[in-house]
Design a protein around this ligand. Structure first.
Ligand code: SF4
Length: 202
């Protein structure tokens, strides 16, 4: 069912999964990317865990700013944010080791794939140890991201766990437009760069 005008969103649910009977962990990168997704989930009666794991973001003040803005938005649905440990040095070491000389290259390259991997691995681990059945991410709502990279990082992240990866394009079915509306109407802080020291301003 659509809950707002123009919403024809239909989830692409993993086979055999009943969302209403599942515990969903939603990895959230920031408030703007989470807006329409969280709203849709809550209106469907789904109460996801909201997991903020984004050690890619620098400086730390920017990290807390994005986290607190997400917490403000999630609170409007009565949801609390789980704030993962912030460790930018570990993130940097991980993406450097996986992307080598390409670490300072353009977005959508090897650095970003490693970055998704770092964050989704942590999310998958949290999901597995806290009784969640399914993991999905708001990273797949941003038009700046390569959805195939998000999917491959997600698949890999859950590999050693019983958690099911929910690969979902969250830009479809009116959610992109709804996101833009909600960012404005809730007066959310909307950053102009992805997060790490290599990301360029959009
Ligand atoms: S540009 Fe964004 S997705 Fe890519 S490595 Fe930096 S923070 Fe991660």
């Amino acid at each position: 069912m659509s809950h707002f005008e123009g919403c024809v969103f239909r989830p692409e649910v993993p086979e055999g999964i009943d969302l209403k009977k599942s515990r969903i962990l939603l990895h959230c990168c920031c408030a703007p990317c989470s807006t329409a997704i969280l709203e849709w989930m809550v209106e469907e009666g789904l109460r996801p865990g909201v997991f903020f794991s984004n050690s890619n973001i620098v400086p730390y003040e920017e990290y807390t700013k994005r986290r607190d803005e997400l917490a403000r938005y999630a609170a409007s649905f009565g949801l609390e944010v789980v704030d993962d440990e912030y460790d930018h040095a570990a993130w940097l070491e991980y993406v450097r080791s996986l992307s080598g000389a390409a670490v300072s290259g353009p977005e959508r390259g090897p650095r970003c794939l490693a970055c998704f991997g770092f964050r989704l691995l942590r999310a998958a681990k949290y999901a597995a140890t806290h009784g969640y059945d399914i993991l999905t991410t708001t990273l797949a709502s941003s038009r700046w991201k390569d959805l195939a990279q998000v999917d491959s990082a997600g698949r890999l992240a859950v590999k050693e766990t019983d958690v099911i990866w929910w690969n979902q394009n969250w830009r479809k079915g009116g959610l992109q437009e709804r996101r833009n509306f909600l960012v404005k109407s809730c007066a959310l802080y909307n950053q102009t760069w992805c997060g790490c020291e290599f990301s360029s301003h959009h």
